[in-house]
Design a protein around this ligand. Structure first.
Ligand code: KG4
Ligand code: ZN
Length: 331
């Protein structure tokens, strides 16, 4: 079985080829056009996908040494994501699959992020907990089997990736903010500033990051007024510490509540090394799986991989799916 995966839900134009659970090739084109605006401009994202998707697909086929006629299916992200961006991928996938007379599968982006863990770690076993941390989501899922998920907790407001991106913008760092803050924090003292950690004392598994961003803004205003000399790397490190500590703490509470001790990370923020360190430290008695960084941020491999799983059990209806910007992972 050979499946082509297409991912265009946000600002990465990505494609990959999966054969029998192995990724033969994977290309992710991170659209740099958004950097100058400090955030993703939806209309531009769609246009960039239009421009680069067919070349990306041609290159993954070439790199995998696979021809179009050898494909058994095209899997494409149908949601959640930006409507226009999703549509470019879905329309392309539909056209290609119809031309080739093969199936077109609509894939849930969140589910694909979670299943990216099986690419590098086929030995991963159910049930497990997944901390899904991306630009749009901050959730802890209990994964009992394929299609059997229950949400243990999530953010009330901003997603953690947003907190990184908005924080970086306030600090005058580049977009995307996560890697920029992680790099800036490397030489910083992470105890220099005490930023808030919402719900730290609560037993509820929930997050809130809007107050953190506001605290950073007030802090920067205060030091500007007092002309205090501060070191950017100290602020970045302290801001990052506040985020990773609360994520690990809530994951620890989820372990206690569920009794499940196998944990995976997923989503762009899962690439953060300081987060991985914190989780390793706080949950040293658990079995931890971290996907490779290239499979944390948006990529086509996770879509092709999950598409092949669904093809094998023949359970997603072909071609009738809708594009769904607000798609969730049902309990
Ligand atoms: O999963 P993803 O690529 O796209 C969404 O589905 O949202 O996640 C993107 C988010 C961005 O907010 C970006 O700043 C964050 O992931 N990110 C990171 C790192 N790499 C990407 N955050 C913290 N540390 C990183 N190394
Ligand atoms: Zn994503």
């Amino acid at each position: 079985m050979i499946v082509l995966g297409i991912e265009t839900s946000c600002d990465e134009t990505a494609s990959a080829i999966c054969r029998e659970g192995k990724i033969l090739s994977s290309i992710t084109w991170a659209q740099s056009i958004h950097e100058q605006f400090g955030g993703v401009v939806p209309e531009m994202a769609s246009r960039e996908h239009e421009k680069y998707l067919s070349t990306t697909v041609r290159h993954v086929l070439e790199q995998a040494d696979v021809t179009c006629n050898e494909l058994d299916a095209v899997a494409v992200t149908r949601g959640p994501g930006l409507m226009g961006a999703l549509l470019t991928g879905v329309n392309f996938a539909r056209g290609l699959s119809q031309g080739l007379g093969i199936r077109c599968l609509g894939i849930n982006h969140i589910e694909a992020h979670i299943f990216a863990n099986f690419i590098a770690c086929p030995e991963l076993e159910y049930p497990f907990l997944c901390l899904l941390v991306s630009g749009g989501h901050t959730q802890i899922w209990q994964v009992n089997d394929l299609g059997k998920y229950s949400l243990l907790g999530e953010t009330r407001d901003d997603a953690v990736g947003e907190a990184f991106d908005k924080g970086a913008r306030l600090l005058g760092l580049a977009f995307p903010g996560g890697p920029a803050i992680e790099t800036a924090a490397l030489k910083g003292d992470e105890h220099a500033v005490a930023f808030p950690q919402a719900f730290r004392k609560s037993n509820e598994i929930e997050f809130s990051f809007s107050g953190l961003k506001t605290a950073l803004r007030y802090y920067l205003e205060k030091i500007a007024k007092n002309e205090t000399k501060v070191i950017l790397s100290d602020i970045a490190a302290s801001y990052q510490r506040s985020i990773v500590e609360i994520l690990a703490k809530k994951l620890q509470q989820a372990v206690k509540k569920s009794g499940i001790k196998t944990i995976v990370l997923a989503g762009g923020v899962a690439a953060n090394k300081r987060l991985r360190m914190e989780v390793q430290e706080v949950l040293s008695d658990c079995t931890l799986f971290f996907p490779e960084s290239k499979y944390c941020t948006d990529n086509g491999a996770m879509v092709a991989f999950l598409g092949e799983i669904y093809m094998n059990i023949n359970s997603l209806s072909s071609d009738t799916f809708t594009t769904a910007p607000n798609l969730s992972l049902k309990n």
